[in-house]
Design a protein around this ligand. Sequence first.
Ligand SMILES: Cc1cc2nc3c(=O)[nH]c(=O)nc-3n(C[C@H](O)[C@H](O)[C@H](O)COP(=O)(O)O)c2cc1C
Length: 195
Amino acid sequence: MKEQDEPYKLFQSWFLEAKNSEEKEPTAMSLATVDDIGQPSVRMVLLKGVDLGGFVFYTNLGSPKVQDIEKNPRVALCLHWKSLDKQIRIAGQSVPVSPEEADAYFVSRPLQSQIGAWASRQSEAMPHRLELEKRVAQFGLKFLGKDVPRPAFWSGFRVVPKRIEFWHQKPYRLHDRFRFDLDDQGNWQKTWLYP
Ligand SMILES: Cc1cc2nc3c(=O)[nH]c(=O)nc-3n(C[C@H](O)[C@H](O)[C@H](O)COP(=O)(O)O)c2cc1C
């Protein structure tokens, strides 16, 4: 099958292009979740893995985004690469990554980011910036000279896609746009869309 007809292959090809051309953060993507009263929230996260299972990001498990996901695992992602004039939208279900997968990613992070994961109570009210710095120093001392273990409250999710849409800017707003939907047999069905 041609790359144009296989969403994962096409994703990888655009992603590689973006890594080579985007000035900063080609892995940045927006993640939309919905809370229990239907209020959507959107924020940026980093895409840390792509495979045939889906699209992986990591975060603090006590954060509002995870509270949303625990109640409603349906999420959406959007990547936009200015240098390429390309956008990819993904909709699917969030599934926690295994502890082993999260551990493997956590050990690959810089030491200061590992300490930062311990120190941050993500999205909780903070009385003063000094509190954060105090916690960073405390955890830095606690793990001095040791391997920093992954906090139990920090892990990742794989967004398993049901729909992936590709958008490529063209002159006069006559953009290329096509969507892949996963059918009941597990095959991707491609539909061209008006821009
Ligand atoms: C470019 C960029 C990348 C980010 N990557 C992550 C990330 O990978 N994981 C994360 O938890 N937060 C990341 N953040 C911070 C989130 O956008 C957000 O502020 C934080 O996760 C709290 O979100 P929540 O309160 O909705 O849970 C990133 C922010 C930016 C601007």
